[in-house]
Design a protein around this ligand. Structure first.
Ligand SMILES: CC(C)(COP(=O)(O)OP(=O)(O)OC[C@H]1O[C@@H](n2cnc3c(N)ncnc32)[C@H](O)[C@@H]1OP(=O)(O)O)[C@@H](O)C(=O)NCCC(=O)NCCS
Length: 197
């Protein structure tokens, strides 16, 4: 079984590229981020790693085979990334009209939806979880979640939330199987949360 380690803030950045590479192999192609080049995705994760509270990585020998990023401030990291790389992101959108349409619809709705669609009731968020495709379905994702929850409980955090694309049915099943409840759905987004003992 892979080793699961918490990575302290000062040691995180060197893992950004391996995390980006794993993301590209594992995330469904409906995720906008799978259109990023490896370099752009590495920059994205470099930003997110510095804004995460908890970074947990699963290693098989030296290889990164799974990860979790979680915390209260990751949305701010995403905004920083978007403003730093807006021209690259716009170019990707232009080349991928289906994503362009959905982003335009989101942008048009944003002023009305800022308080509902993009906000979770839970300030602590599981932002990203990923397991290498070759070893999915063998319990590593659940183990990563347990490690995060052990840490949250020891930090007196009593609940956490996440949002997942409803179309990512494998991930939705995974969260339900791990005790998450659906708080609400909004279009393609499903908001879920879990209380901790
Ligand atoms: C979601 C994810 C992290 C689950 O990790 P995992 O190690 O496969 O999960 P576990 O083995 O602990 O749990 C498997 C359960 O999750 C579901 N599941 C999700 N993806 C699966 C897969 N590819 N193969 C088998 N089961 C999968 C099933 O319900 C399964 O339970 P079951 O066998 O009783 O049906 C992993 O599938 C993944 O990396 N997906 C791509 C990235 C992603 O979509 N992340 C979530 C969005 S933020």
């Amino acid at each position: 079984m892979p080793d699961i380690l918490f990575i302290p803030p000062d040691d995180r950045l060197p893992f950004a590229r391996d995390i980006a590479a794993l993301h590209l192999t594992a995330f469904p192609s409906s995720h906008f981020t799978t259109l990023f080049s490896i370099n752009l995705l590495e920059s994205y994760y470099s930003k997110l790693l510095s804004y995460s509270d908890a970074v947990i990585i699963a290693f098989d020998a030296e290889n990164v085979v799974g990860f979790i990023l979680a915390g209260t401030n990751l949305g701010y990291g995403v905004s920083k990334f978007v403003s730093a790389y807006r021209f690259s992101l716009f170019a990707i959108l232009l080349k991928n009209p289906s994503h362009l349409c959905s982003k335009i619809i989101s942008a048009l709705n944003l002023p009305f939806r800022r308080t509902s669609r993009y906000k979770s009731n839970h300030s602590y968020r599981l932002f990203s979880i990923c397991v290498s495709p070759g070893i999915q379905g063998k319990g590593l994702g659940s183990q990563l979640l347990s490690s995060l929850e052990y840490y949250l409980a020891s930090s007196s955090i009593s609940s956490y939330g996440l949002s997942v694309k409803s179309s990512n049915s494998a991930a939705v099943r995974f969260y339900l199987m791990n005790g998450f409840l659906v708080d609400r759905s909004d279009g393609d987004l499903c908001f879920m949360s879990k209380g901790l003992p």
